[in-house]
Design a protein around this ligand. Structure first.
Ligand code: DXP
Ligand SMILES: NCC(=O)COP(=O)(O)O
Length: 237
């Protein structure tokens, strides 16, 4: 069974575009859980251009499933995480100016740094996951950091699968087999969608959790817009 954690960053992006509080991220978090989501993911970035640090605190009592906070473990991020104590923290090596996450950790180069951060999270009973590219030596490196889980960075798979190249799953399957043998839990995310999620899940043994935001929110617009247009038309009769 693979858990679905809904990333609500895009809801905050929409809210921020008007400066008010609509759509309300706390209400959306409550709603997606009511609809069956098994977790809520947020990824605050230093410039707070979408989900804000204050949202992370406001969501603490609203998220009664798994609360997953992703981000680069700079001091401000770690202070927040250690205060909130979410179910899971996912460490992502984002550059400040990255439009979105675009690489996994070099778990070998950053081993000591990751060990320090992961040790601190575990001391606070927060499960850890680290964002990694599907490269075998990076999975071995992840094991050496003491992390509970890895999150496979799925952008390359999603892009190639969309072009019809289903063999792009191969490195992910190989990394999953290795991670399972090392006792690492496996999460995955980035550009997963209704088009590719079934194929991905079917080829990743032991996939514990996926976090999905951009496609899920976009698909919700496409799948819901007919209904809403008709609701407006009915009110305008
Ligand atoms: C780690 C990861 O792949 C997601 O958190 C993704 O980065 C979503 O963040 P944005 O909403 O900023 O694109
Ligand atoms: N960890 C991945 C995530 O939270 C969502 O990524 P995306 O679906 O917005 O690409």
């Amino acid at each position: 069974m693979t858990k679905l954690s809904v990333n609500i960053n895009k809801i905050a992006t929409l809210r921020n575009s008007r400066g008010g509080d609509f759509p309300n991220v706390v209400q959306v978090a409550k709603d997606v859980q009511r609809f069956g989501a098994e977790g809520v993911t947020i990824h605050p970035r230093p410039d707070e251009r979408h989900i804000r640090y204050q949202d992370a605190f406001d969501l603490k009592t609203a998220v009664y499933t798994e609360y997953n906070i992703e981000g680069n473990p700079i001091k401000k991020f770690m202070d927040m995480v250690l205060e909130i104590k979410p179910t899971q923290v996912t460490l992502v090596p984002d550059a400040d100016d990255a439009i979105t996450s675009n690489a996994g950790w070099d778990t070998i180069k950053h081993k000591d740094f990751l060990i320090d951060i992961i040790t601190e999270c575990k001391r606070n009973n927060i499960r850890t996951s680290i964002f990694v590219d599907p490269v075998l030596k990076q999975i071995e490196g992840a094991k050496a950091t003491g992390t509970d889980r890895i999150e496979l960075y799925t952008e390359a798979f999603a892009h190639q699968f969309g072009l019809g190249n289903s063999e792009s799953i191969v490195p992910y399957t190989e990394c999953a087999v290795l991670a399972n043998s090392l006792g690492l839990g496996i999460n995955a995310g980035h550009d997963l969608s209704l088009d590719n999620i079934k194929f991905f899940k079917d080829h990743i043994p032991g996939l514990l959790e996926v976090s999905i935001g951009h496609a899920l929110i976009s698909e919700s617009l496409y799948l819901g817009i007919e209904n809403v247009v008709n609701m407006y038309l009915n009110k305008l009769k």
